[in-house]
Ligand binder design. Structure first.
Ligand code: ZN
Length: 343
C-alpha cells in the first residue's frame, strides 16, 4: 500500500514537473516569474534547528535554481526594471525571472549574495526597516528559541499566555520538537503581533541570561552589508513594513500608515538603492492597507502563486513562487512546484 502511494506521488510530481516545464518553455507573450526566498543557510548551519520548515534554501539549491531557470530560457531581471519596461512599452523577453528575498535576513548577505554575485543575477530584498542594525529577530524565531531551550517549564505561571496554544498531548517541558514549535506559531497567529511580542518580552525577562532569547550575533542585515550588496547594482531593496506586523491585525489608520509609509521613508533615509515596491507580510491584505500601499508605492508583491503577464495592468497584485529546500531541492520538485500552481 505504501509502495503504491509513493508510486502515485512520484507520478503526480512528475506530471506537474512536465506541465511546469512545458508552460515555461512554451510561453510566448512576455511573462515574469518572481521567485520568493527567505533564509539562505548551508546544510550544516545549526540555525536550521531554530527555524520553521519552509523558510530555508541552501546556497547549493539557490545556485541550482539559477542554472535551471536560465537553462529554460528565463532572463534574470530586477523586478522594478521589468515593471518599468512594461510600463514604457519596451521590448521584454518571453520569459523573465526576478529573484526576491523577504524579511532581510543577514544570511542573505553571508550565503546568498556570493551565489548571486557569481552568477551576476539581480535580486530584490524586502526589508523590515525597524529591524535593520538591531540585534533583534522576529517573534516566531523567539518562540522557537523559547520552546527549544532545554529545561524550561512551560506550565509555569510566567507562560500562562502561551499555554492555550501548546498542544494538549504534547509535553510542557522543553525542548519541544521543531514541528511542535511550528504548530504553536501557527496557533499563535490568532493573536496580534504586538501582543505576542509583549508577552514574549515579559516571559523572557524571567529567564536566566544564558537562556536569553536574543541571538549572540545579529541575524538581520546591517546597513554596511546593505550598502556592500547594493554596490554592484545587483541588489535593490523594497519595503516589508517597519516591524513585520500583519496589516489585517492593525486597526488604526495611524498604525497602518506607520508600517506602510514609515517603511518607505526609512528606506529613503537609509540611502541604499531602494525601489518603491511593497511586499505584504504573511500575504495579509486589508482594504485600508491596500489603499495606503497604492498611495505610496508603485507595485506590491503578494503571497499568491502564479506568474505575471506583461499584459496585466495591476502591479499591486504580483504573484510569486515561494521556494525552499522542501519543495525545490531537485529539478523535478522545482518544476513541479511551478507546475502545480500554474495548473
Ligand atoms: Zn515576511
Amino acid at each position: 500500500m505504501a509502495t503504491l502511494r509513493s508510486l502515485l506521488k512520484f507520478w503526480a510530481l512528475s506530471a506537474f514537473a512536465i506541465y511546469g516545464w512545458l508552460r515555461l518553455k512554451l510561453t510566448r507573450s512576455p511573462t515574469l516569474i518572481i521567485l520568493t526566498y527567505h533564509r539562505v543557510l548551508p546544510e550544516s548551519s545549526d540555525e536550521r534547528e531554530r527555524e520553521q520548515p519552509g523558510m530555508i534554501v541552501s546556497p547549493g539549491n539557490l545556485q541550482r535554481h539559477i542554472k535551471l531557470i536560465q537553462s529554460l530560457g528565463a532572463v534574470p531581471i530586477h523586478l522594478d526594471e521589468w515593471l518599468r519596461k512594461k510600463e514604457a512599452g519596451e521590448a521584454l523577453p518571453a520569459l523573465s525571472v526576478a529573484f526576491t528575498f523577504d524579511d532581510g535576513w543577514r544570511d542573505n548577505y553571508l550565503h546568498g549574495y556570493p551565489v548571486l554575485r557569481q552568477a551576476q543575477v539581480p535580486a530584490t530584498i524586502f526589508l523590515v526597516t525597524g529591524m535593520v542594525d538591531t540585534g533583534d529577530t522576529f517573534w516566531p524565531e523567539k518562540v522557537i528559541r523559547l520552546v527549544r531551550t532545554p529545561g524550561i517549564d512551560l506550565s509555569d505561571q510566567a507562560f500562562a499566555w502561551l499555554q492555550p496554544y501548546l498542544s494538549d498531548r504534547g509535553s510542557k517541558s522543553t525542548p519541544l520538537s521543531l514541528l511542535e514549535a511550528d504548530e504553536i506559531i501557527h496557533r499563535l497567529k490568532e493573536l496580534d503581533d504586538v501582543t505576542i511580542i509583549q508577552h514574549l518580552e515579559e516571559s523572557t525577562s524571567l529567564l536566566t541570561a544564558e537562556d536569553n532569547l536574543a541571538d549572540q550575533v545579529p541575524v538581520i542585515l546591517q546597513t554596511e552589508e546593505l550598502k556592500e550588496m547594493a554596490g554592484e547594482n545587483l541588489v535593490k531593496y523594497g519595503a516589508h513594513t517597519r516591524n513585520h506586523f500583519r496589516l489585517n491585525r492593525l486597526n488604526s489608520k495611524e498604525a497602518l500608515e506607520e508600517q506602510i509609509a514609515g517603511c518607505l521613508s526609512d528606506l529613503e533615509t537609509m540611502n541604499v538603492i531602494s525601489v518603491p515596491i511593497f511586499c505584504y507580510p504573511n500575504g495579509d491584505i486589508t482594504d485600508g492597507g491596500e489603499h495606503l500601499v497604492a498611495k505610496h508605492y508603485q507595485a506590491a508583491c503578494t503571497t499568491k502563486t502564479g506568474w505575471n503577464r506583461a499584459a496585466s495592468r495591476n502591479d499591486f497584485d504580483l504573484h510569486r513562487f515561494n521556494l525552499h529546500d522542501g519543495n525545490s531541492s531537485t529539478a523535478r520538485t522545482f518544476l513541479a512546484t511551478i507546475g502545480r500552481s500554474l495548473a
